[in-house]
Design a protein around this ligand. Structure first.
Ligand code: FES
Length: 182
């Protein structure tokens, strides 16, 4: 009995050694895979919007008549995997209300993300998707409008005496509050 135990011990030791070596082998195989996945998914942690104010136009392009005019917003954009230079990131209605004052509204409807039209005859905005109506300042003007809030106003700066810069931002549709989209 005792001698049988002695003969089996080397077998058992060999088995544990092999098992240990296999576990280490599998572990070391997964380490590079895990670090590769980290590098692959790292871009998802980056932001995907224009950062900071964007130069949109000059005051010369905006007569002081309080009529909204539509402008494309072009900026550098960092999305999940790419850094793109000077690409369209959205559009705004700009309305010059004084010598040095301009108001900006994002053209995206806060109901479900349609593009809002300006109707010069009625001096108001209408979204053709579900007929939300907004006053010239972007506030909801018809209580039957499904939009839960007014059009999204954006910050405007006048730089170098005549350049119009807008802090462009998109917001989640369907919410009563303005929730920025990162
Ligand atoms: S998307 Fe504008 S009213 Fe629905």
């Amino acid at each position: 009995m005792h001698s049988e135990n002695l003969t089996r011990q080397p077998d058992r030791r060999g088995f544990f050694k092999k098992t240990f070596a296999t576990v280490i082998g599998i572990f070391s195989m997964f380490c590079p895979v895990a670090s590769g996945l980290t590098v692959f998914f790292d871009p998802l942690r980056r932001k995907s919007s224009a950062s900071g104010p964007v130069r949109v136009t000059t005051l010369e392009a905006l007569p002081i008549d309080s009529v909204p005019r539509i402008f494309r917003v072009v900026a550098d954009r960092v999305d999940a995997w790419n850094k793109l230079s000077q690409v369209p990131v959205g559009a705004v209605y700009l309305r010059r209300t004084g010598e040095k004052t301009v108001e900006a509204l994002n053209i995206v409807c806060p109901h479900a993300g349609g593009f809002v039209d300006f109707v010069p005859g009625s001096n108001c905005f209408v979204c053709p998707f579900h007929n939300s109506r907004f006053a010239i300042d972007g506030k909801v003007s018809d209580r039957k409008s499904p939009a839960p809030r007014g059009m999204d106003a954006l910050e405007v700066e006048i730089r170098n005496t005549k350049e119009v810069w807008v802090k462009f931002q998109n917001f989640l549709a369907g919410h009563a509050e303005k929730v920025p989209i990162p």
